[in-house]
Design a protein around this ligand. Structure first.
Ligand code: GLN
Length: 495
C-alpha cells in the first residue's frame, strides 16, 4: 500500500475487503513517521496510545460487521493549535510547552467521532504567525518535495505530513492563508471554509475574526469528506453558523464501504458546464513569478476547456489587503495573547519576585520574536489616539474588500487566482525580512478578511519540480461550488 497517495476511499475499501485493519494502517503510518520525520519535522507530539485505542474500536466494528462511520480508520493528524484532551498542545510556542488540555476542540472531536484515527500534533509557526513554519519555537518543517525549502506556513506540518505520506488528511488553520499557501507549496489540496462554517471551539485563537479550521488532503474529494465531517453549527462557538451543510460527497457513499454508490447526483459530481469563473487582474500583477503565472493561466484555460465561462472581474481594493490584514490580525492577536501570563497555562518564569515581574518575564522568556512583534504592533494599533487612524481605518477597508467580492460574485460563481506569488522558497531566505514574508500571503489574505471560502489545488510545477497551486474562491457558504470546480479540474471531468 502506497501511503503517499492513500485516500479516504482506499482506506475504506481496504478495511471492508480485509486487506488492512485500522490498527495495521495506524502502525504503518507511525512507521513512516519514524522513518521520515527526523528529516521533515512535521510532528511535535505523537498520540500513539490514543490512536491505537481508536483503531482497535474501528477494527471491532469491522469484525462485528457493523456499519462503518465515514472516516473509519483514516489516519489523520492535527495542527498543534487545536486542543486535544490529554495530548500536549503547544501552538508551536514555548509558552505552552507543557500544556495538556482538559478538552477536545470540536473539529477534532467530530473527526474522531467519524472514525478517524488521530496520530499526533503537527508543527506550525508559533501561534500560527508565519508563512514558512520557521517561526515554530521547536524546529522548522522541511518541504518533502525539496528539503532545502520551506513547506509554507503556518500549517507547514499539516501540509508536509500529507505530502510525505505521514497522514491521509490533516487539519490546519487559516487566518491569512495558512492552509492554502502551504498546500500549494507542498503540492496537496488545502481548503479554507467560510468563516463560521467550522466551529473554532478549542482552536487556540490568533485573530478570532479571521481564524478558520479546514482540511489538507491528497484529493478534493477527501477535502470534501473531511469538511463535511467537521462543519456545522456548534453550541460551543457562537460564531459558528447555523447554515445547513450540503452533502458535498454522497453520504451513502461514505457511510459504509459495502453500500453501493447510489446513482443520484451529489455536489461534487454535478456538471460544471456554464459555471462562470472570474479572473481579476489584481491577482496577476507585479511580484507574480512567471512560472506560477504560466501554470495558473494554463489551469484557467483548462477550466474553459471543461466548459466554464471565463469572465474578467475587478477587485479594486486588493492592494490594501496586506496592510489591512496586518492591522486587524495583530490587533486581535495582541488581545488574544494577553491570556498567556504564566498564571493559567504552561510556562512560568521562575526568577521573579513580584506578580508583574512574573508576567513580564514569562512573556519575555517564552514568546518568540515574531509573536512579540505582533503583540507590539497590535497594541500600538489599538492604543488611544491611534485606534481611529489604524484599527478603525483597517475595519473600513476590510468592508471595502468584502464589497469587492460581493460585487464580483454578482457576475461570477467563483474566482480563480494563483494561491501564492511564488513556489516554495528556501529555508532562511526570508526569515530576516518580515515584510517579504508577509507578501507570501498577498493572494490569500483577502478571502480571510472577507470570510469567503477558498481552496488550493495543485496545478503544475516549476522547472525545479516545485508544486504550484491554483486558488479557487467562492461565495459565502458556497463551498459546494468551490469543491465541485476543484474536483472537476483535478480529475479532468468534462461538463
Ligand atoms: N502568514 C500569515 C501570518 O503570518 C497568515 C498566518 C495564518 O493564516 N495563520 O499572519
Amino acid at each position: 500500500m502506497n501511503l503517499n497517495t492513500l485516500t479516504i476511499d482506499t482506506v475504506r475499501s481496504a478495511l471492508a475487503e480485509g486487506t488492512a485493519t485500522a490498527t495495521s494502517l495506524a502502525l504503518s503510518f507511525f512507521d513512516a513517521i519514524q522513518k521520515q520525520d527526523g528529516e521533515i519535522g512535521a510532528f511535535l507530539t505523537l498520540s500513539k496510545e490514543r490512536a491505537l485505542i481508536r483503531a482497535a474500536e474501528i477494527d471491532g466494528l469491522v469484525k462485528d460487521g457493523k456499519p462503518l462511520p465515514p472516516l473509519a480508520g483514516v489516519p489523520v493528524a492535527i495542527k498543534d493549535v487545536m486542543v486535544t484532551r490529554g495530548v500536549r498542545t503547544t501552538a508551536g510556542s514555548r509558552i505552552l510547552d507543557n500544556f495538556v488540555p482538559p478538552y477536545d476542540s470540536t473539529a477534532v472531536a467530530r473527526l474522531e467521532q467519524a472514525g478517524a484515527v488521530a496520530l499526533g500534533k503537527l508543527n506550525c509557526d508559533e501561534f500560527a504567525m508565519g508563512s514558512s513554519n520557521e517561526n515554530s519555537a521547536y524546529h522548522p518543517v522541511r518541504n518533502p518535495r525539496d528539503t532545502s525549502r520551506v513547506p509554507g506556513g503556518s500549517s507547514g506540518g499539516a501540509a508536509a505530513a500529507v505530502a510525505a505520506g505521514m497522514a491521509v488528511a490533516t487539519l490546519g488553520s487559516d487566518t491569512g492563508g495558512s492552509i492554502r499557501q502551504p498546500a500549494s507549496f507542498c503540492g496537496v489540496v488545502g481548503m479554507m471554509p467560510t468563516y463560521g462554517r467550522v466551529s473554532r471551539y478549542g482552536l487556540i485563537a490568533f485573530a478570532s475574526s479571521l481564524d478558520h479550521i479546514g482540511p489538507l488532503t491528497h484529493s478534493v474529494k477527501d477535502a470534501a469528506l473531511v469538511l463535511r465531517t467537521i462543519a456545522g453549527r456548534d453550541p460551543m462557538d457562537s460564531t459558528s453558523a447555523d447554515v445547513p451543510v450540503p452533502d458535498y460527497v454522497d453520504p451513502m457513499d461514505s457511510t459504509s464501504a459495502d453500500v453501493p454508490v447510489p446513482d443520484y447526483v451529489v455536489e461534487l459530481e454535478k456538471p460544471i458546464k456554464g459555471l462562470r469563473v472570474g479572473v481579476a487582474k489584481e491577482y496577476f500583477g507585479e511580484g507574480l513569478d512567471p512560472e506560477v503565472r504560466g501554470s495558473v493561466e494554463a489551469a484557467i484555460d483548462r477550466l474553459r476547456d471543461l466548459g466554464c465561462e471565463i469572465v474578467k472581474v475587478s477587485l479594486p481594493h486588493t492592494e490594501y489587503a496586506i496592510p489591512t490584514y496586518y492591522i486587524v490580525a495583530t490587533a486581535e492577536a495582541s488581545a488574544n495573547l494577553a491570556r498567556f501570563d504564566g498564571v493559567r497555562y504552561g510556562y512560568r518564569s521562575k526568577k521573579t519576585r513580584s506578580l508583574s515581574e512574573m508576567y513580564q518575564r514569562t512573556r519575555d522568556e517564552a514568546f518568540g520574536t515574531e509573536v512579540k512583534r505582533r503583540i507590539m504592533l497590535g497594541t500600538y494599533a489599538l492604543s488611544a489616539g491611534y485606534y481611529d487612524a489604524y484599527y478603525l481605518k483597517a475595519q473600513k477597508v476590510r468592508a471595502l474588500l468584502t464589497r469587492d467580492f460581493d460585487e464580483a460574485f454578482r457576475k461570477v460563481d467563483v474566482i480563480a487566482t494563483p494561491t501564492s506569488p511564488t513556489a516554495a522558497f528556501r529555508l532562511g531566505e526570508k526569515v530576516n525580512d518580515p515584510l517579504a514574508m508577509y507578501l507570501a500571503d498577498i493572494y490569500t489574505v483577502t478571502a480571510d478578511l472577507a470570510g469567503i471560502p477558498g481552496i488550493s489545488v495543485p496545478c503544475g510545477q516549476t522547472k525545479e519540480n516545485l508544486p504550484i497551486g491554483l486558488q479557487i474562491l467562492g461565495k459565502h457558504f458556497d463551498e459546494a461550488t468551490v469543491l465541485r470546480l476543484a474536483h472537476a479540474y483535478e480529475t479532468g471531468v468534462r461538463e
